[in-house]
Design a protein around this ligand. Structure first.
Ligand code: FA5
Ligand code: MG
Length: 355
């Protein structure tokens, strides 16, 4: 049952969002400041009952996000939180007073995911829940507050879009109705204009309001990715940098200030390909999880499928693992060591046949 890897465990308790000169903390404070009518809550332990993370939020039993290839499970009752929305039920239920029924949380969340510049198995979310007065239009109120947030963070000239579930069928959260996603356009220092999804939101589902004992109340909720905001605001090109302990990274930031990150150098990448016949046990996410576990120093930049063919009912795949250190020049011997461990573990744990 337990599929949490040692390298993920080593990230628990780092609390990057509490170091006030760290970009994640600077962004967190800005968002907290904007929502100054909501109670601020930081919850340290990332272990939560599966009941809160999924069941109480109406996530169906067969939903992909529940799969052990997507979520880290500790035991049959507990997982590492996959989103900060996991506190909606316990916080809503525990308070009879109005105060905690308007709150915003911040914490680290955990997902088994792809390996690239915008995904990391540990990232940070802020999640808000707000009951509105009976005379307020909950749908309008949420959109006004979110438009205000985007302008507060990025300035009046920012280009952004609300993607509504009525027009985009792939936007769906089991715990909200009238759901939407916010996408921001930005142009990194070095490259082309990009669109980045920064948050998901909606009106809390009536079944959940009933479950909280508030059948006649309306509330909105949203959840945002702190790294995504920080990458745009500070021009940080790779999500691994947030974990850097290098002084050339950390010394660039001051509490409360948003400044453009100046890359201190770009080291040469190096790639290794790996080919194998897959097995029933194999999944891309599980492979990424093994790679992240072996890659203690964050050398791996991305993993992409570069070739695939089928022969006599078997599938052969070839993946390219890009290595590039954020802080130093890579030594061939270091990469070979990691690559060897990856091969061994893919054979043993995912039963692939290396070609
Ligand atoms: C959620 O997690 C919902 N709980 C959000 C929500 C809350 C909707 C309340 C409605 C009401 P989603 O999986 O899209 O949704 O993640 C929310 C945000 O987290 C994304 O918009 C993105 O900014 C960020 N995010 C998601 N996955 C990653 C990742 N692997 N690495 C970095 N940031 C991520
Ligand atoms: Mg999303």
């Amino acid at each position: 049952m337990n599929n949490i890897t040692p390298n993920v465990i080593s990230k628990i308790g780092k609390e990057l969002y509490k170091n006030n000169a760290h970009p994640l903390c600077i962004v967190k404070e800005r968002v907290f400041d904007y929502f100054d009518d909501l109670a601020r809550i930081e919850i340290e332990s990332p272990y939560v009952p599966i009941e809160y993370n999924f069941d109480r939020l109406r996530v169906p039993q067969d939903h992909p996000s529940r799969r052990p290839t997507d979520t880290y499970y500790k035991d049959e009752k507990t997982c590492l939180r996959t989103h900060m929305t996991c506190y909606l039920y316990p916080l809503g239920k525990s308070e009879t007073g109005q105060s905690k029924l308007k709150y915003i949380t911040c914490g680290d969340v955990y997902r088994k995911d792809a390996i690239d510049a915008t995904h990391y198995p540990v990232f940070h979310q802020m999640d808000a829940f707000c009951i509105v007065r009976d005379e307020v239009d909950v749908k309008k109120d949420l959109r006004n507050r979110l438009a205000g947030l985007v302008k507060y963070l990025f300035g009046d000239k920012v280009e952004y879009k609300f993607l509504e579930d009525s027009e985009h069928k792939d936007i769906y959260f089991p715990f909200t109705v009238d759901s939407l996603e916010v996408v921001v356009k930005f142009k990194p220092e070095d490259g082309e204009e990009k669109e980045l999804e920064i948050l998901g939101a909606g009106t809390v589902h009536p079944d959940i309001m009933k479950d909280l004992g508030l059948p006649n109340k309306k509330a909105w909720a949203f959840g945002l990715g702190v790294e995504r905001l920080a990458m745009v605001l500070f021009d940080i090109p790779d999500i691994r940098l947030f974990w850097s302990t290098d002084d050339r990274f950390l010394s660039q930031f001051q509490p409360g200030k948003i400044t453009k990150f100046v890359p201190y150098s770009k080291y040469a990448p190096c790639y290794k390909d790996i080919s194998f016949f897959t097995s029933d046990k194999f999944s891309y996410n599980d492979m990424c999880s093994i790679v992240r576990d072996e890659d203690k120093l964050n050398f791996v930049e991305s993993i992409t499928l570069i070739d695939e063919f089928k022969n006599k009912g078997r599938t052969s795949q070839c993946y390219r693992i890009m290595y590039r250190s954020m802080d130093s020049t890579l030594k061939n011997s270091e990469i070979n060591k990691i690559q060897k461990s990856i091969r061994e573990r893919l054979k043993k744990e995912l039963e692939v046949e290396i070609r």
